[in-house]
Design a protein around this ligand. Structure first.
Ligand code: PGA
Length: 264
């Protein structure tokens, strides 16, 4: 864990209509305390961003979109652009494995979306990670390298300092195989991500960039991932829909920070 704010992001995926989302926010608000050192981000469906932006206590939560389209406007039927959501969100998840696997998003599309987010003042939460097959073939580093270099290729190193990278091995995500990832292995991947950023954009950028872990994180194992060297937080899917588990994950982050020596 680094000495910065911890980021706890809840990705609600395609769940909860407007009234269900509002109820969950209400329940989370009752259970989550405001901690200056822990940033809690909710990523509901696009439809509910507007009402939730009016409902949330902004000292407690920030909003994220789960995706948006890289063109700012035009004949792109069915899409919503980053420029349309820029007043509503701080963050946008980009390149989530569901987008890559179900909707065939290419490395280049992810790159264009990252660039569009930055252009519109939205911080990208860039998801990267290998499939089970790639892992078994020993290709994890190569996949991380390719996904990172393409996604960030149109940004300056100053832009990159603000990007959040979420390492989410696809085999560990509950929607896919949901295998529990060993924290030590995840620490190696996080280290490699920072190494790659350092090689490409220099030491300072590699220190500034925030790296999260995601994949079946729940209230029991969150602490083990949050405590990893170089890990700035977690991206939580299924457990973020549970109003007992998600606040417990936020509490784990807070406890870890409290246990840190004061002069750290
Ligand atoms: P999960 O999802 O926590 O349900 O595995 C994580 C994600 O898809 O971002």
């Amino acid at each position: 864990m680094t000495n910065r704010k911890i980021l706890v992001v809840g990705n609600w995926k395609m769940n909860l209509d407007t009234s269900q989302a509002s109820l969950l926010v209400h329940r989370l608000e009752e259970r989550i305390k405001t901690h200056r050192s822990v940033e809690v981000v909710l990523a509901p469906s696009l439809l509910t961003l507007q009402p939730l932006s009016l409902q949330i206590d902004r000292r407690k939560f920030r909003l994220s979109a789960q995706d948006a389209y890289f063109k700012d406007e035009g004949p792109y039927t069915g899409e919503v652009s980053f420029s349309m959501i820029r007043e509503l969100v701080h963050y946008c998840i980009i390149g989530h494995s569901a987008r890559r696997v179900y909707f065939g998003e290419s490395l280049e599309t992810v790159r264009d979306k990252v660039q569009a987010a930055v252009r519109n003042g939205i911080t990208p939460i860039l998801c990267i990670g290998e499939t089970k097959e790639e892992r078994n073939l020993g290709e994890t580093k190569q996949v991380i390298h390719d996904q990172l270099t393409t996604a960030l290729s149109n940004l300056t190193s100053e832009d990159i300092q603000n990007v959040v990278i979420a390492y989410e091995p696809i085999w560990a995500i509950s929607t896919f195989d949901g295998e529990v990832a060993k924290p030590d292995d995840m620490a190696k991947a996080i280290k490699y991500i920072r190494f790659q950023i350092k090689e490409l954009y220099g030491e300072q950028t590699s220190k500034d960039v925030r790296v999260l872990y995601g994949g079946s994180v729940d209230d029991h194992d969150a602490r083990a991932y949050l405590a990893l060297e170089g890990c700035d937080g977690v991206l939580v899917g299924a457990a973020s829909l549970n109003y007992h588990q998600f606040p417990a994950i936020v509490d784990s982050a807070y406890q870890l920070l409290n246990e840190r020596p004061k002069n750290d």
